[in-house]
Write a protein that binds this ligand. Structure first.
Ligand code: SF4
Length: 242
């Protein structure tokens, strides 16, 4: 029989850590199912019409919000409609065009380098595998995973951005702090058919609920299975007591 008692208005609750492989598996299932409930259609927030535009937008999104990038890219692709246009522009001119996204000199260099490399080495086609894509300037693993996953539906890895990095730690899906090692842990843990969607869902979750400062634990469907030290106070009318 279960009894219910009123808790104080706010209380930081803690959940028990899973102890067995079966408990860990069940917990992961609950995490994935909660993310599905919250963000069934999650996808990349960067506006794009093709893989090339997505690559450029992803390069621009480093240390910049997707909203800001989405304001810059329509004018950018109107001025430079093709990869050849961006391969031919001067770095100074492109840097001025993308100034508001920050780190504009490095980003301009990467975009021009990416356009030239793809034209010269890959016949103007965005490579569809990780090894080749990593040869493109500006495309480190995170960017390559975004392009392969979102533009081509190829699950070559898991995008680990700042949100995935933070939340994978809070949910104890990894003990690592290095993005490359976090990605390896997530690839081992998650079924491959979840690699693409999981990142999109967690990025939305990190923007809306499990935010960096003061996560909104009171509205989080994972609160009862989260034992992160970052948890904030939770308002509850009742809690189960045995
Ligand atoms: S919002 Fe709070 S309860 Fe939910 S995953 Fe983040 S830290 Fe845990």
């Amino acid at each position: 029989m279960c009894y219910f008692r009123a808790l104080p208005a706010t209380k930081r609750t803690s959940a028990a850590k899973p102890r067995t492989a079966a408990e860990r598996k069940a917990r992961l299932k609950r995490i994935l199912s909660a993310l599905d409930g919250l963000y069934p259609e999650a996808t990349c927030a960067l506006h794009h019409n093709d893989a090339w535009q997505l690559l450029v937008a992803t390069i621009l999104s480093a240390q910049c919000t997707d909203e800001r990038v989405n304001k810059v890219t329509p004018g950018l692709f109107e001025k430079y409609p093709t990869m050849r246009d961006l391969a031919a522009v001067s770095q100074d001119e492109l840097a001025a065009d993308i100034h508001s996204t920050g780190f504009y000199n490095n980003k301009a260099k990467s975009i021009i380098g990416a356009a030239r490399t793809i034209l010269h080495d890959f016949g103007g086609e965005i490579p569809r595998n990780m090894n080749d894509l990593l040869r493109v300037p500006g495309a480190a693993r995170k960017t390559a995973n975004v392009v392969l996953g979102t533009a081509f539906g190829i699950a070559a890895g898991v995008v680990v951005d700042t949100h995935v990095q933070r939340i994978a730690g809070r949910l104890d899906l990894t003990k690592e702090t290095d993005p490359g090692k976090i990605e390896k842990d997530l690839m081992k843990l998650l079924p491959q058919n979840r690699w693409i969607l999981f990142s999109h869902q967690v990025i939305h979750f990190g923007r809306g609920i499990c935010v960096a400062r003061k996560p909104k634990c009171a509205e989080c469907p994972l609160e009862t299975i989260c034992y992160s030290k970052d948890k904030t106070s939770v308002t509850r009318a009742h809690a189960k007591a045995s």
